[in-house]
Design a protein around this ligand. Sequence first.
Ligand code: SF4
Ligand code: SF4
Length: 194
Amino acid sequence: MSLCQPEHSSLACVSCCGIFNLRLSLKNILLLLNQRTSSFKETGLQKSSIIRYRELQEQQESIIKRFDSEIYVCPFLGYLHESKPGCMIHPQITQKQQSQNYSFYGAAICQSYNCRNKDSALDWSVVFQKASTDWIEYSRLSGYHLQTNKIINKFKISKQADIESLQSALVQECRQWLQGNKNLPVTSFEIYDP
Ligand code: SF4
Ligand code: SF4
């Protein structure tokens, strides 16, 4: 089960692509993703068009304030299906293994980056899916390892079986955290609590 793109689910985590680093309301995040998706579809998958799309989209989004000016916001994040977000230049979309080289990070980083939750031996995807009502909530939970660590300590979790046996309580804990952190700018690169 992939934490980033769980199978058979409309949920996905996209925190490390920078979208929550934009100082936008949730409504405007959704509008922006719709705009990116339509513009990218119109652009097509020719090399020159993809490069042009990135230039124009970055220019257009440069007026949006960031929480952290050091953290990149990638314009290739859009919708893959009706409401499932993901990378619009992922090899599965373009059929080209290196197509993420059109992005700032490049294919090597995009395909190998593991945030701390993804890198963990513990699989949280089921708990996070059950706790989330949409991909935004799922992304906040999946991308924010500082909260996961707090849960691990609070419930004394040391193995996968603990997650399974405590599932209801963990889902409830995640729901409570989501309610109190609706606007947290999760990027997956957090070191300290803001
Ligand atoms: S923040 Fe982690 S779980 Fe989310 S998309 Fe990135 S690597 Fe995957
Ligand atoms: S190119 Fe990389 S950073 Fe950009 S949306 Fe795709 S995976 Fe995310």
